[in-house]
Design a protein around this ligand. Sequence first.
Ligand code: AP5
Length: 195
Amino acid sequence: MRIVLLGAPGSGKGTQAARLKAELGIAHISTGDLLRAAVKAGTPLGLKARSVMDAGQLVSDDIVLGLLEERLAQPDTRDGFILDGYPRNLAQANALDGLLARLGQPLDAVLKLNVPDADILRRTELRFKAEGRADDNPDTVRKRLEVYAAQTAPVADFYSQRGLLTEIDGVGPIETIAARLLGALRAQTGAAAER
Ligand code: AP5
């Protein structure tokens, strides 16, 4: 099963993708995690990406597509994957279409977590205090939300027009949201989500 998980910064994509990975036995691919690993390793790409991420902006499409292509070449993605944080604009959505067509691996479902900005600000502030992730400071989160509204929100329409999108209420206990996502997957793809 191949799934895209959409949602604003802090909407719970990473939390829920980890659960879907365990439930469905498929790979979890987070472009944010791939970029943070490059930053931590101090690679040339990581050095380039760091200031962009710290400013709450999007890293260039070419860099992120390169990372994604490398990740999709790894064998654990053969049985399927959950994409978390990609695509983030219409150019990336079109690039992903082309890449998956070349690989003969079309998407099965796109799930979008809906969470009000007030909850997002609360969640990311808590994480900022607990973990000190640089782009979780409240000013940068506001910038990330602006970038999301301007660039990422249109990606939902792109998939809605293809009949792939289901919107999910992303507020509530983590287990409840996980059950909503699995229910939506069952409805969208039938038996594939029964595992
Ligand atoms: P990325 O890492 O993708 O960050 P993001 O999309 O902004 O999302 P987050 O990781 O903040 O949140 P999430 O939705 O995964 O929620 P989470 O489960 O963590 O990207 C970071 C940066 O990298 C971007 O700004 C950009 O610069 C760059 N980048 C990445 N991909 C890119 C791309 N494709 N193109 C260009 N640039 C790219 O939850 C958040 C918090 O809430 C956690 O503390 C969690 O414990 C808590 N939480 C989760 N669920 C609940 C719940 N139900 N109730 C209460 N708290 C909850």
